[in-house]
Design a protein around this ligand. Structure first.
Ligand code: ATP
Length: 314
């Protein structure tokens, strides 16, 4: 029985390693990233089994993503190779010391061509958790249908559904996304959102009010990710707050996915809500203090290193 099944889009990444515009001969780092694979890698590093469902192109970047996921221990046996279109790509420029610009080449490409047929509903029904994000339904009609197929299969089998808003303004409007997210919140057991994202579905208000309003739509656990302010949750009607860890910010991308991996890991371990938030914060702290979307995610044996008072462990 797999701990977590997740589905979505993952793209290759070319990230400049020096500051300034892209230029001929400039050094760059090749990697990949996608919200759901970031979560799957995080869970795998923490010792859980994770299956990712998605499409990659029959090209070198598709192989790169699949091989790397396999190397991270993520089950890729349900990944489909789409030979008609390439793997999606992100270009990340460090335009200035403080401004990062990401360009996406994803429209109509492999990741967006996910369909309900790609979702093995028996696999979902046998999982301990299904995790989906609000990016996938924005990619295409078929990807949106795939999310609903997975969510329906999980619900029918009593498998808890985890949903992270992950609103991407470049993909759809607040109105369109808000309506889609409302349905997913109502279908989910665990909901993750940022304060502003939450206000796409419920009236804006204090953190407490927004979380309570979201919980009123159905989910037993509502978790608000609050960046350097840590995280807040309402679990079965009870509130919990945990501060973020004090770390040096190197790269904020992927913090949210790291947090989700930590929170779900602690949930799978049967830990209480405060401990779930704490593990989420620890994973978020690892993510923001290392370059890369997922590269900094901790292994289980490393979780305690964030508690250390010395900078060097020997
Ligand atoms: P992203 O979309 O960039 O991946 P997000 O907006 O979903 O992130 P954030 O709230 O920014 O999520 O961050 C998730 C978690 O990561 C926070 O709840 C916190 O635990 C941790 N985190 C984020 N920023 C910092 C920071 N500057 N210092 C320490 N921890 C942080």
């Amino acid at each position: 029985r797999v701990d977590v099944v997740t589905l979505g889009e993952t793209m290759a990444l070319v990230a400049a390693t020096t500051t300034g515009s892209f230029a001929v001969g400039a050094p760059a780092r090749i990697s990949f990233g996608g919200a759901e694979t970031n979560v799957a890698i995080g869970l795998s590093r923490l010792g859980h089994s994770a299956t990712w469902i998605g499409r990659l192109g029959a090209d070198p970047l598709g192989h790169l993503v699949k091989d790397a996921l396999r190397g991270e221990g993520v089950d890729v046996s349900h990944v489909r190779t789409d030979s008609e279109v390439p793997t999606g790509l992100m270009l990340r420029e460090h335009r200035t010391a403080d401004r990062v610009r990401v360009s996406y080449y994803r429209r109509g490409l492999a990741g967006s061509r996910l369909t309900p047929d790609d979702v093995d509903t028996d696999l979902v029904a046998a999982a301990r958790t299904l995790h989906v994000s609000g990016i996938t339904p924005a990619l295409s009609e078929s990807a949106r249908a795939a999310v609903h197929t997975a969510v329906d299969a999980a619900r029918a089998a009593g498998v808890p559904v985890s949903f992270d808003f992950n609103y991407r303004a470049a993909l759809w409007s607040v109105t369109e996304a808000g309506a889609a997210f409302r349905d997913l919140v109502a279908a989910a057991d665990i909901v993750f959102a940022g304060d502003e994202e939450a206000a796409m579905v419920v009236p804006a208000g204090s953190v407490e009010e927004v979380a309570k309003e979201l919980a009123a739509l159905g989910p037993a656990q509502v978790v608000l990710k609050r960046g350097a302010a840590g995280a807040y949750a309402v679990v079965d009607g009870e509130s919990f707050t945990e501060p973020a860890l004090a770390v040096s910010l190197i790269d904020p991308v992927g913090a949210g996915d790291a947090f989700v991996a930590g929170y779900l890991s602690a949930t799978l371990d049967g830990l209480d809500p405060a401990q779930r938030l704490r593990r989420g914060n620890v994973c978020g702290a690892f993510a923001v203090s290392v370059a890369g979307d997922w590269e900094g995610l901790p292994r289980r044996s490393e979780l305690a290193t964030m508690d250390a008072t010395e900078n060097v462990a020997r």
